[in-house]
Design a binder for this molecule. Structure first.
Ligand code: SAH
Length: 223
């Protein structure tokens, strides 16, 4: 475990017991991957949200993180991570939408390395400082437009998109390794969003709808 997590163990509503109750709830809701559950159990989610919201950090809900954005609900973080890992270990993963960095921190404990892109500079900088403090040193972050992906670091074994584009970003498909997997919530503003799993087979892309979800929209950059 990151030694830095030890310093943030928490008490009362932020304690290990509270985290373990969340893990139990996720298991009841169908999350099965033991490694994913263990990462959630050891990661102090309360330090990724504003101090005033810390006591609510282990409820299974999304919470505001400033700049009009939200930290994803733990169930969704667990589910997306579980789906990415379903076919075996992953070396390199691209995340679109670093946000407060919680999903990034969970992933970094389960894969070789995580590259994460955030659109809002102030949020990206705040989160970069936190991830550095936590000594999660297999994370690379960048301020930029997720529609473009991160060509210099491609191909990726997996891509996770944590804001909702109105259509699957084509650049991201091209940055997937063969047999690579992408989970992405797709839907325009006001539409029902579908959580999709896209798997690359050579030049073919197999699409599967997993769930209905609700994410903040993915800001339109250049496509
Ligand atoms: N995984 C994050 C989710 C944050 S919400 C967490 O658990 O905290 C989605 C994030 O995607 C927001 O921080 C938002 O600013 C970012 N985002 C939206 N459009 C984007 C784009 N085009 N490129 C990169 N990031 C984007």
């Amino acid at each position: 475990m990151s030694a830095a997590f030890e310093q943030h163990k928490g008490i009362g509503m932020t304690s290990q017991r509270t985290r373990d109750r969340l893990v139990q709830r996720l298991q009841e809701e169908g999350i099965k991957n033991i490694e994913v559950l263990a990462a959630i159990s050891r990661t102090p989610r309360h330090i990724f949200v504003d101090e005033a919201l810390a006591t609510r950090a282990y409820e299974d809900t999304a919470l505001p993180i400033g700049f009009g954005q939200t930290i994803s609900q733990p169930y969704i973080v667990a589910r997306m991570t579980e789906v990415l890992l379903q076919e075996g270990p992953l070396q390199s993963v691209l995340e679109i939408g670093t946000g407060c960095g919680y999903q990034t921190a969970i992933l970094s404990q389960l894969v070789g390395e995580v590259c994460s892109i955030e659109y809002i500079p102030e949020l990206a900088k705040r989160t970069q400082a936190l991830l550095r403090e936590l000594q999660l040193d297999n994370i690379h972050t960048r301020i930029g437009d997720g529609w473009q992906g991160w060509a210099e670091k491609a191909p990726f074994d997996a891509i996770i998109v944590t804001a909702a584009p109105d259509e699957i970003p084509q650049n991201l498909l091209q940055q997937l390794a063969d047999n690579g997997r992408m989970v992405v919530p797709v839907g325009g503003e006001g539409d029902v969003q579908q959580l999709m799993l896209v798997t690359r087979h050579g030049d073919e892309f197999e699409e599967e709808i997993l769930d209905q979800v609700l994410f903040v929209p993915m800001v339109k950059g250049k496509k």
